[in-house]
Design a protein around this ligand. Structure first.
Ligand SMILES: [Zn+2]
Length: 511
């Protein structure tokens, strides 16, 4: 048994290093004593169990969390506090927050309670925490984990980004800092009321050029100024709360943040097209938005019906805005959730038509047509898969031997761990590292490679540290050579990678 496990780990490690060419060619393979000692400390922690593993992995430098929906990352306790502060009401039957407009009656009206009541009524507080998350959830007839997961978003959405996005950024970056993360690529949907209204009044025609011209002519970009303003205000509020730039700066200040524009895929074609166009325009104009992603349940009626059409929209817009990065939720499906035909092509089309540089989830890969060939193609194209283990378990019921993580590793497809919705799932990135180590027998070097991948495949601008010779062979630290310094000042990505190497070295030397 032990031999078997060891061999399996060796195969996985060989595959990951063999294929992630960006790392293998330039990485100074320092099999030095600190690295060896750290790998041994990891194995010792593994033998001691999940608590020891957690303590080890909490401190391990993890690079980035690349698959993180901002609203799903906020914990239920924060929603309650913010709803109470804003004077919002709760619909008692559905445990949903109501916006102020719906809750203007004194005392909130019949069947409603002030959210602030939760602060002095523990049962009400507990019920809201459960309603806003997966805590205490047990599936029952007609209501699965998938349903509970996606229903939570509607229950807390009355707390608005205009009021609280700065609080959310403070919360997620503070949590990331504690876990030795340094970069977050947060998915968010800024208000798009104007684009939505335009799409409603426009007759859909599958002529993308004509649709784009009409949308732009009728003022599609009118939402952009407000969206840019929203980010500016939220980032300023986060900075204020964390006292960034002062002697008392919180650790969260060191966590870099960029955004991915979320398109809501479960909508009619005209609206999806309008919002996708708005996302490409916004990401072209404002460097804080580094790319776009499609969200909402992939198994929904419109998401399934229009999947290929939506990939062709991306193909069309990618050619007009080639610098805007694309990551796509694809293959967040499982047998039984949709008919077998629905499992056959989403990842492939995301890569081959939608220009996805990264795939979110990719759970159903082995049910796609010609999966071996697809895996080889993903490895050859360096399409990274964002792995969300807890999310896949609670939404899809996919875990352990049913999860394709070891298959991606075996085929040399780059992977990194991410949280998806850490607030709804009530987890953090460390939890996902522990889970990966336990469920798949991953060793230290594989986890370390995943942390490196999270920055290599991030959408930070600039050349990768591993793609040039500039810093090769240098001990990461404060005194890089002139050519290395030049790379680090020209490339935000390389600078972040260099910082990760510095943190890894410090972590390993402490063992
Ligand atoms: Zn997601």
């Amino acid at each position: 048994m032990q031999v078997h496990v060891f061999l399996r780990r060796a195969v996985v490690a060989a595959a990951i290093f063999g294929a992630a060419q960006v790392s293998a060619q330039a990485m100074p393979l320092r099999a030095d004593t600190a690295t060896t000692r750290t790998a041994q400390a990891f194995e010792t922690a593994r033998q001691q169990g999940p608590l020891a593993l957690h303590a080890f992995l909490a401190e391990m430098p993890k690079g980035a969390d690349l698959h993180n929906h901002l609203s799903g990352a906020v914990y239920a306790e924060s929603w309650i506090a913010q709803a109470a502060a804003d004077g919002l009401c709760v619909d008692v039957a559905t445990l949903s927050l109501l916006d102020k407009h719906d809750a203007s009656a004194p005392g909130c009206g019949n069947g409603r309670r002030p959210a602030a009541d939760a602060l002095s009524d523990q049962h009400f507080y507990d019920a809201l925490v459960d309603a806003f998350s997966m805590r205490s959830f047990v599936p029952f007839a007609g209501h699965s984990g998938h349903d509970q997961f996606f229903d939570t978003f509607g229950r807390f959405q009355a707390v608005t980004p205009q009021q609280h996005m700065g609080d959310w950024l403070d919360e997620v970056s503070a949590r990331a800092a504690v876990q030795n993360e340094q970069y977050l690529e947060l998915m968010a949907t800024p208000p798009f009321a104007h684009a939505r209204e335009l799409a409603r009044t426009l007759d859909w025609q599958p002529d993308f050029d004509a649709m784009r011209k009409q949308l732009l002519a009728r003022g599609l970009k009118d939402d952009m100024a407000a969206d840019e303003q929203l980010l500016t205000q939220a980032l300023a509020e986060r900075k204020r709360r964390q006292r960034c730039g002062t002697a008392q700066a919180d650790a969260g200040c060191a966590v870099q943040i960029r955004f991915l524009y979320q398109v809501l895929r479960g909508a009619p074609p005209a609206r999806v097209f309008a919002q996708t166009l708005l996302g490409f325009e916004l990401a072209s104009a404002d460097p804080r938005w580094v790319g776009i992603n499609f969200v909402m349940p992939e198994d929904g009626y419109l998401s399934m019906r229009d999947y290929s059409l939506q990939m062709h929209m991306l193909d069309y817009l990618h050619h007009l805005y080639p610098k805007v990065h694309v990551s796509l939720h694809a293959g967040e499906l499982a047998p039984g959730l949709v008919p077998p035909d629905g499992l056959r092509f989403h990842i492939r089309e995301a890569v081959e038509i939608g220009h996805a540089e990264r795939i979110g989830h990719g759970v159903d890969v082995m049910y796609e047509d010609h999966p071996e060939q697809l895996l080889q193609e993903m490895a050859a194209r360096h399409v990274m898969v964002e792995i969300n283990l807890t999310s896949n378990d609670v939404i899809l019921g996919v875990r352990g031997a049913d999860h394709p993580l070891p298959i991606y590793l075996k085929h040399g497809v780059p992977v990194a761990l991410s949280t998806d919705d850490e607030g709804v799932s009530r987890i953090d990135l460390t939890h996902e590292y522990v889970r990966a180590a336990e469920d798949f027998d991953l060793d230290y070097s594989t986890l370390k490679q995943m942390a490196r991948n999270s920055l290599t495949y991030s959408f930070l601008p600039g050349e990768s540290l591993w793609a040039t010779q500039a810093c090769q062979g240098q001990p990461p630290g404060n005194h890089p050579s002139a050519s290395c310094r030049q790379l680090l000042s020209a490339s935000e990505k390389a600078a972040a990678q260099w910082e990760l190497e510095r943190r890894l070295r410090a972590f390993e030397e402490a063992h």
